[in-house]
Design a protein around this ligand. Structure first.
Ligand code: NAD
Ligand code: WQD
Length: 330
């Protein structure tokens, strides 16, 4: 079935790639974004790459009336809710901004959907809800316990949407817990380009590879991991967004509330990722080992089998592919 999908936060890194994957799968795309952490240029690139138009509304997903109007005007049939503030460190300094923006945008979007009789909702959750996991790889049934205000907004929204789904059996709601998205569309024309200093490892490594920054600070080499540096499950952003298309397309009447991990199921250390970027770019990456970053954990790797089995979805791209595509997008 062809859907008209409202992507809140759709001008951002994952949102613009999601728009591309949806259009390529034959769906229509409407975006609401307030551009607090993005520029509209990425969506123009997506239109150009796919040859399909995107309806772009510059505005705030906390504005229930605006979301309602956008849904009605465009006959939206499903929503992927990505609008959020996402910097862990900033969320510790400004918790009210994070709880305000992330919770209110989710609630306003759900309320507008109910008013407009639209019931398919996909939520951008995060592996951060697992906090410091007891063991790896992590299944969806593992204990939840986010360690930052940002992570707790994801945990709280998951609780809210589970209650919402239980309140009316017309809802079809899926939370997708992303592990660490990296990479870019293979054209290189849409990129991860955060506004301000990058927080995440890959944009930082790209800055060094491109000569915009002198070195990568590696946060600790005394973790209980293969080489002492932090291990994460890096997932190519195109694999990640294809998981959204699969999640949307498998929703059926009565599918209720579902939760899936989206990851490769394979861990990579900071030093291994740096080596993979060196291999992909041909440049040596200068780095320095410094102390651990507050709030970091040793390891976070997905058990993606539930999504593999129930969504018929699997990652198809490697970490090396992601390094090459990130570099292409520079
Ligand atoms: P991003 O910052 O590039 O995209 C988020 C977009 O939401 C931005 O374009 C921003 O301008 C917009 N936005 C924020 N608040 C808004 C509001 N109230 N109304 C309208 N637009 C608003 O981040 P991303 O990496 O593309 O993340 C997308 C989603 O995935 C977020 O919900 C994020 O929490 C989640 N997520 C990201 C990661 C990651 O590592 N990138 C991991 C797990 C989950
Ligand atoms: C990865 C590894 C760092 C930067 C965060 C959020 C999580 C999710 C994804 C949204 C760690 C190390 C990093 C640097 C480094 N986002 N590192 N030097 O911390 O796994 O997850 O982004 O939901 O919620 O917490 O990702 O890319 O910041 O770090 O050594 O300059 O790289 O210590 O081991 P993280 P990251």
């Amino acid at each position: 079935m062809t859907e008209t999908v409202l992507v809140t936060g759709g001008a951002g890194y994952i949102g613009s790639h999601t728009a591309l994957a949806l259009l390529e799968a034959g769906h229509r795309v409407v975006v609401i974004d307030n551009l607090i952490n993005s520029r509209p240029g990425a969506l123009a690139e997506v239109e150009d790459l796919t040859g399909h138009p995107i309806v772009f509304v510059e505005g705030d997903a906390t504005d229930e009336k605006l979301v309602e109007h956008t849904i009605r005007e465009n006959a939206v049939t499903a929503v992927i809710h990505m609008a959020a503030l996402k910097a862990v460190g900033e969320s510790v300094e400004k918790p009210l901004d994070y709880y305000g923006n992330n919770l209110e945008s989710a609630i306003a979007t759900l309320a507008a959907m109910r008013t407009c009789d639209v019931w398919k909702f996909v939520f951008s959750s995060s592996a951060t809800v697992y906090g410091d996991p007891e063991s790896n790889p992590i299944p969806e049934t593992a204990a939840i316990g986010a360690a930052s205000p940002y992570g707790r907004t994801k945990e709280m929204i998951e609780m809210i949407i589970e209650d919402v789904a239980a309140s009316d059996d017309r809802w079809q709601i899926t939370s997708l817990r992303y592990f660490n998205p990296i990479g870019a569309h293979e054209s290189g024309r849409i990129a991860e380009s955060p506004i301000g200093k990058p927080n995440n490892l890959m944009p930082m490594v790209m800055d060094v590879a491109a000569g915009r920054r002198e070195k990568v600070l590696v946060y600790g080499n005394d973790w209980p991991t293969i080489d002492g540096t932090g291990v994460r499950d890096y997932i190519h952003v195109m694999d990640l967004v294809e998981g959204h298309v699969a999640a949307l397309e498998q929703m059926t009447d009565g599918s209720g509330y579902q939760v899936f991990n989206l990851g490769q199921g394979r861990g990579t250390s900071v030093l291994e990722l740096i080596a993979a970027v060196e291999e992909a770019t041909g440049f040596a990456i200068n780095y320095e080992i410094v102390g651990r970053r507050a709030g970091d954990i040793a390891e976070c790797v997905a058990d993606p089998r539930l999504a593999n089995e129930q969504l018929g979805w699997k990652t198809r791209r490697t970490t090396a592919d992601a390094c090459r595509d990130s570099w292409n997008s520079q």
